[in-house]
Design a protein around this ligand. Structure first.
Ligand code: MG
Length: 457
């Protein structure tokens, strides 16, 4: 197998074990060579290792003659937005998103603000493994320019898509839980500027993530649910470590998974923009397709991965995309998922409809979904997938990413091999929780049997 550095989310690893200073510096020399002496935006999240990584990345970029536009600490979508609108060759974000505190990572953005495509990653990998970078002559070493004021303009961009007067008049009470991540730099201030009374929990940026795990899963945000009830807030919002995702809690203190709020945003968007196309991965709820049908929209289903959604949106000029994990892509602001944008959109919808969030979400058809995984060695993943494809007997099959089987009773299962881990991911959705559970256990057993068979061959 060829040597690789980039996974599905840039280069990720455990700090000073997998990602040593040497690797980060040499990778940055390779990225600098790739960007060919141009200007490059640089940002970082609030992890313990992000500051030192930003020195290493700056050094690598400058040594290869690039000009570093240093945006400092900020959410990933803010860096992407700055890169897209700036006159630069690309951007670099130092973040490990929702990973545990000991991890960090490096994401490389193209000049359109979206992560670079696989072929460009291969270019960088080739430069890195062959040490093909060239150090600048002494008089051509790059410099660093402070761009830490970018956040103000980024917030203005979000506000330009919101009915500010209406939201201000509603005087919402909101609890924000950035999970000690960089979302703390934007969402509380943005909502305050929109006239909301904001209470923030886990609002101090701390790379040890003392408040909760950086993944905003429903189990991890119970404090937010409690705070929403105690504060009698209209809603609560939780971000992951780099604030590109947003999970919402309604005024009763109940947290909702991402595709429910995505469906609500989709519904409002299509009411205002009938005929538009919505981009979403094949792992999203059936409800996304139903809302599109009801409100005159079209759906483009994609493989799983936020970069794939971004790229597809860009290709077909789609204005809205979303993921089940709380990623909302608002194309006119930036076709990349953005947690603060999502929070502003929800406030906008509440102000416009004058209905509580729980009621708005209740008006969306309800499905129950379950996710699980089955261990499977990389070497037999392909064989197993072929076996599954041969044996499926569902009503309708979709093979955009893995195998998705639709059943006649409004339920489906998606079986897909993980690109990075030795596992198969299994998603099921049905009209009742029991049905979803039944599907998961049934297919878990089947996959295990296929794996056993593949191992014996
Ligand atoms: Mg993230």
């Amino acid at each position: 197998m060829e040597k690789r550095l980039f996974g599905t989310n840039g280069v990720r690893g455990i700090v000073n074990k997998e990602l040593t200073p040497q690797i980060v510096f040499e990778l940055s020399l390779a990225i600098g060579a790739f960007f060919n002496k141009g200007a490059v935006f640089l940002g970082r999240d609030g992890r313990r290792s992000s500051e030192v990584f930003s020195y290493l990345v700056s050094a690598g970029l400058m040594e290869t003659g690039c000009i570093v536009y240093d945006a400092g600490m900020l959410p990933t979508p803010a860096l992407q937005w700055a890169t897209r609108r700036g006159d630069v060759n690309g951007g670099v974000m130092i973040t490990a998103s929702h990973n545990p505190p000991e991890y960090n990572g490096i994401k490389v953005m193209d000049k359109d603000g979206i992560e670079i495509i696989r072929e460009k990653e291969e270019n960088i990998e080739k430069i890195y493994f062959n040490k093909e970078w060239q150090l600048s002559t002494w008089d051509r070493i790059g410099k660093k320019i402070d761009k830490s004021y970018m956040l103000e303009e980024y917030k203005e961009s979000i506000k330009s898509f919101i009915d500010e007067e209406k939201v201000k008049a509603a005087r919402f009470k909101v609890v924000v839980d950035p999970g000690n991540g960089v979302g703390a730099l934007v969402t509380p201030y943005l909502l305050r500027e929109l006239g909301c009374k904001v209470l923030t929990i886990n609002g101090n940026i701390d790379g040890t993530f003392p408040g909760r795990f950086p993944e905003p899963s429903l189990e991890n945000i119970s404090d937010l649910c409690t705070a929403v009830k105690a504060f009698k807030a209209d809603f609560g919002v939780a971000h992951d470590g780099d604030a590109d995702r947003a999970i919402f809690v309604d005024e009763r203190g109940i947290a909702h998974w991402g595709d429910r709020t995505f469906a609500l945003i989709e519904k409002t968007f299509l009411e205002e923009n009938p005929g538009e196309t919505i981009v979403t991965p094949i792992s999203s709820s059936k409800v996304i397709g139903e809302i599109a049908q009801l409100y005159g929209g079209k759906i483009v289903w994609t493989e799983v991965g936020s970069t794939i959604v971004s790229r597809r949106m860009q290709e077909i000029n789609a204005k809205l995309g979303g993921e089940e994990n709380g990623g909302i892509f608002y194309g006119e602001h930036i076709p990349a998922r953005d947690g603060a944008m999502a929070a502003a959109l929800i406030a906008n919808i509440l102000a416009k409809t004058e209905k509580p969030l729980s009621q708005l979400l209740n008006e969306i058809p309800i499905y129950y979904s379950i996710k699980t995984k089955v261990e499977c060695p990389h070497s037999i993943k392909f064989k197993v997938l072929e076996m599954i494809k041969e044996e499926v007997y569902g009503e309708k099959i979709e093979t955009i990413d893995g195998v998705k089987i639709w059943f006649s009773n409004d339920s489906w299962v998606l079986i897909r091999p993980s690109g990075t881990e030795p596992i198969y991911r299994l998603f099921a959705e049905a009209k009742t929780e029991e049905q979803a559970k039944k599907l998961v256990s049934e297919y878990k057993t089947k996959i295990k049997a296929f794996i056993k068979k593949a191992e014996e061959k």
